[in-house]
Design a protein. Structure first.
Length: 231
């Protein structure tokens, strides 16, 4: 029985890995189920044994990525040696590095991900991310209250508010990223946007002014300035 369960998990992950590689090389819109079948030399029935559709596959793939994100953030949140503000800073930096490392995959998904046809899936993914990440933020907020560095009167609710701010910040950056503006103009805009969201973040937390940095300029440059402009 154990061997059967293991084989099931292995095959499922092989399909997910193949889909992610194809999204890297072809994009989600262009990728077909047949591409996955050809890549793995499996029958169509094998694919449908694990996933009901291409969109269901995408949901599971995103859920797997969220689980990986949670696994990376959890040790930071529960590190007994880090003060709360440093925990937040580590969380923001880790999320930024993680997203930058996934840049090719995320860029391949962005346009299709924000199409009306994916509104239901997007809402599901946002809900899944909220359920995984907001509780971790709440733990840090309670830690900061105990230290006296955070003064929010709503520590149990502030984690959700912070998550909503981070999500709104991300969606705003995506809208700029997908615009037709020159890269340098985009960078100038997002620097101001990042400053505004950082200020809002500190106010919600009741943190000292200029005590947090939501994203650093080098990370922004990696997303909003082409490689040629960085030379």
């Amino acid at each position: 029985m154990a061997r059967t369960v293991k084989a099931h998990a292995v095959r499922r992950n092989e399909i997910l890995d193949a889909a992610q590689r194809l999204i890297y090389t072809k994009g989600y819109e262009q990728m077909t189920i047949q591409d996955i079948l050809d890549s793995l030399q499996i029958a169509k029935g094998t694919f449908y044994h694990y996933f009901d559709s291409k969109q269901a596959l995408l949901e599971v793939l995103i859920e797997r990525i969220l689980a990986e994100m949670e696994q990376v953030l959890t040790p930071i949140v529960h590190d007994p040696h880090l003060p709360a503000l440093e925990k937040f800073q580590h969380v923001f930096a880790t999320l930024a590095r993680w997203k930058t490392a996934q840049k090719t995959f995320l860029l391949a998904l962005l346009r299709v991900w924000y199409m009306d046809e994916n509104a239901i899936v997007l809402r599901k993914m946002r809900t899944a991310a909220f359920e995984r990440i907001a509780p971790l933020l709440t733990v840090i907020i309670h830690h900061g209250r105990q230290e006296g560095i955070l003064t929010t009167p709503y520590p149990d609710q502030a984690g959700g508010v912070i998550f909503a701010l981070l999500q709104s910040f991300e969606e705003t950056l995506v809208s700029v990223l997908l615009s037709d503006e020159p890269d340098q103009d985009k960078l100038q805009r997002v620097e101001g946007i990042a400053a505004a969201y950082t200020d809002a973040l500190e106010r919600v937390l009741g943190a000292p002014a200029a005590s947090l940095q939501l994203v650093d300029i080098q990370t922004l440059r990696e997303w909003f300035v082409s490689s040629e402009d960085n030379l």
